[in-house]
Design a protein around this ligand. Structure first.
Ligand SMILES: C[S@@+](CC[C@H](N)C(=O)[O-])C[C@H]1O[C@@H](n2cnc3c(N)ncnc32)[C@H](O)[C@@H]1O
Length: 227
């Protein structure tokens, strides 16, 4: 587990556990993490809930499984997958930014709704909204493990402020035993106004509550949505 990120995930997961307990209308023991990535949220939530993680990337799922061998992981696309079971809570956070058009975000929320028991809670946290987006914001994070040091440089840029997409560019400076390798990734992400989020969540059928989560200087709107 990367040192620096661990504390942030733990703090956030403690916060969303509190939100689920606050809004749920039924005892919450099971949680589906949609877009679980490498499983860091799963790691921090599995002591509170029986966890299932879902992701589109087999590589990320393999990492999540390695970190959390006792949990269940499923391969699927959040726009379309349907499991045979339902859960008392669902978490969708940074992965939802990959929904880069209105139809995709609508589909992803319908997926979440279909997998919740009545009275259960979806926690959805947009990374950015039109209201919070900062053009050319660049963040740098250092993570170390054994003889590996990785500097993540993440830049966000919106070439057209009138549409619902922006770009995320990540540069990885990877030093293994001091030897440098550079890798890059570029994504087209979705960005929507808070009103669009509210509208789409209500249209899906949720009763929507809004909270604010503070992390350092950044403030995130968190939607706690009851089915
Ligand atoms: C930044 S990672 C999530 C990290 C995660 N929050 C954690 O706790 O480690 C974003 C993930 O979204 C996944 N993703 C992107 N599009 C998806 C889709 N359509 N369905 C499911 N997962 C998707 C990616 O494969 C990636 O693993």
């Amino acid at each position: 587990m990367w040192g620096d990120a661990a504390t942030e995930y733990a703090h956030y997961c403690q916060y969303i556990t509190g939100l689920i307990r606050q809004y749920t209308k039924r005892p919450a023991t099971t949680l589906l993490n949609i877009g679980c990535g490498g499983g860091k949220n799963v790691l921090n939530l599995k002591h509170e809930f029986k966890l299932t993680g879902l992701d589109l990337s087999p590589t990320m799922l393999a990492q999540a499984k390695e970190l959390n061998p006792e949990c269940t992981f499923v391969h699927g696309d959040m726009r379309t997958f349907r499991l045979n079971n339902t859960f008392e809570a669902v978490l969708m956070d940074d992965a939802i930014s990959h929904m880069n058009c209105r139809a995709d975000i609508v589909a992803a929320f319908h997926t979440a709704y279909a997998h919740l028991n009545p009275g259960g809670v979806l926690v959805a946290t947009p990374d950015v909204t039109i209201e919070t987006f900062q053009q050319n914001k660049t963040t740098t994070t250092l993570a170390t493990r054994d003889s590996l040091e990785v500097v993540f440089i993440e830049n966000v840029y919106d070439p057209d402020l009138t549409d619902e997409q922006y770009e995320t560019i990540i540069v990885y400076l990877i030093r293994e035993h001091g030897r440098l390798r550079i890798e890059t990734e570029q994504w087209t992400m979705g960005i929507f106004s808070l009103d669009t989020w509210r509208h789409v969540l209500r249209e899906t059928g949720f009763q929507v509550h809004e909270e604010l989560y503070n992390l350092g200087e950044d403030e995130y709107t968190v939607f706690a949505c009851v089915k």
